[in-house]
Design a protein around this ligand. Structure first.
Ligand SMILES: [Fe+2]
Length: 487
């Protein structure tokens, strides 16, 4: 039996394929269409999924009718036809019966049934589902029970996106840039004002104003030069709010295990705080809506629970180059790309579609920034052998590993690795486990050769485009930047 989960018609569309109860493929539309965060499915992705056979059943990650009602309530018009998923699927020649799953249930199930927990407290935080914007769930065995929810228009995710737009960035896409800017601002300047103007009460987690239509009118006295102060204030308010949400979750559900999901689970600065309330934290490597392609299926088939989740679920490029050749090249040239094996399902390059560099030395960050053409203030992430992470980083409480770059940690000797440390001394660290993967072996060889257990790891993509997916994309990258990409 072939079962698909689909998220689409909103932003960052994705398909997950389960074959006889096993997750065999999952990928984002953007990787096939070349359109970053592509909101729609594309034929090449559908064709790639159909290589496992036509679906017998499709689970859609949210309830379109409830979404239509909410859009109408929000003044966006009556979008019944836009949200007709059967018409939508017919456009891509997907012929299977479709069943709808609550948006936040898809998130919650995607997180819990990919964790190794047998009971947990689940917290979902995003911009908006049908109506829910934050939910808390109790999970025991294969049962999930919603204990609390916050509904539109109250939404910390909408607030963060609106503020992203307020500083001139793209909402629903550039939130991570706002987060990176926060380290350059003084949070004592605007945190109080932002909190006063937006948050009604940290106790009930409600908002004073609806941020759905943007907050461009907020504080016209603040100029572009104040953007870093705004970012610092927004991040500080977010972390306060998030902490209150964790406290509420802890009160409602008696568990030491936290499953955190929703687009806000990508806020790796705020994620440092989960260990203050829960002993263990699990965030699925793809906690946003695209990951709900997996979650929608698991919500209906908890018996297909996945232990030791593997995020390498996309297009398989295989590999040709021995690691030794890549390490030799890196030693001499300091920077190269790798595009090999199956593509990551999720927003982070975890070693299969990565631009790698020696993290030591002064000018590496500038060199990589020249290639990536991004703001100079933004840091790059390190990938480190998992067993050595405590020697190099002070990991936040409750985070013994960070395999999917989900939390920041402070570097013990930041002066030695300027390319991978942020202004505030933190790094978004990727701990690479002993899983025998090609990337792990490459890092081991690099360590044996250089004595440095880390490599700078950033996603392999041309500016403004999604990550490299296949051989043609890798060649394009090589031609565009003149940087060697190994397969
Ligand atoms: Fe969501």
């Amino acid at each position: 039996m072939i079962v698909w989960g689909i998220s689409g018609n909103s932003h960052d569309a994705a398909i997950a394929v389960f074959q006889h109860g096993e997750l065999v493929f999952a990928s984002h539309s953007e990787r096939y269409s070349g359109i970053k965060n592509d909101r729609n499915l594309c034929r090449d992705l559908v064709m790639a999924a159909k290589r496992y056979g036509n679906p017998d059943k499709v689970y859609w990650y949210e309830r379109p009718f409830l979404k239509t009602l909410r859009q109408w309530y929000a003044g966006q018009g009556w979008k019944r036809r836009d949200n007709d998923i059967e018409i939508y699927m017919a456009r891509y020649e997907i012929n299977a019966s479709v069943e709808y799953v609550d948006h936040h249930l898809s998130h919650a199930a995607g997180g819990y049934f990919t964790s190794n927990f047998e009971e947990a407290c689940i917290v979902v935080v995003d911009a908006i589902g049908e109506w829910d914007t934050a939910t808390i769930w109790e999970a025991k065995g294969d049962k999930l029970k919603k204990k609390w929810s916050l509904r539109y228009p109250h939404s910390i995710g909408l607030f963060y996106s609106a503020m992203t737009q307020r500083v001139g960035l793209k909402p629903n896409e550039d939130e991570y840039i706002l987060m990176g800017m926060a380290a350059y601002g003084d949070k004592t300047k605007l945190t109080f004002d932002i909190s006063h103007d937006f948050i009604d009460n940290y106790g009930n987690l409600k908002f004073i104003r609806n941020c759905h239509r943007g907050v461009q009118d907020w504080r016209p006295d603040l100029a572009v030069k104040d953007s870093f102060e705004i970012a610092a204030g927004v991040q500080d308010v977010y972390e306060d709010y998030f902490t209150h949400l964790l406290i509420k979750a802890k009160k409602l559900v008696n568990s030491n295990n936290l499953v955190l999901m929703g687009g806000c689970a990508l806020n790796c600065l705020a994620n440092r705080h989960t260990g203050d309330y829960f002993e263990n934290t699990w965030i699925m490597p793809n906690p946003g809506d695209a990951g709900s392609a997996v979650g929608a299926v698991l919500a209906k088939h908890p018996e297909w629970k996945i232990n030791n989740f593997n995020p390498y679920l996309g297009y398989d490029m295989g590999y040709r180059t021995p690691n030794e050749e890549i390490v030799n090249y890196l030693e001499n040239n300091k920077i190269c790309g790798v595009a090999r094996g199956r593509a990551e399902f999720g927003p982070r390059a975890l070693g299969n579609r990565s631009l790698l560099a020696d993290p030591r030395g002064e000018n590496i960050k500038e060199k990589v920034n020249e290639i990536k053409q991004r703001q100079q203030f933004r840091p790059f992430a390190p990938a480190i052998l998992e067993e050595l992470v405590d020697e190099y980083f002070i990991m936040p409480r409750g985070w013994s590993d960070s395999r999917y770059m989900q939390v920041v940690a402070n570097l013990r000797n930041p002066e030695l690795y300027p390319a991978i440390v942020h202004r505030d001394g933190s790094s978004r660290v990727q701990t690479v486990p002993k899983d025998g993967s090609l990337f792990r072996q490459l890092l081991e060889m690099w360590y044996a050769r250089t004595g440095c257990p880390m490599l700078l790891n950033t996603s392999l993509n041309i500016k403004g485009q999604p990550m490299v997916n296949d051989h043609a994309d890798a060649k394009n990258f090589e031609r565009h930047y003149g940087v060697k990409v190994f397969n």
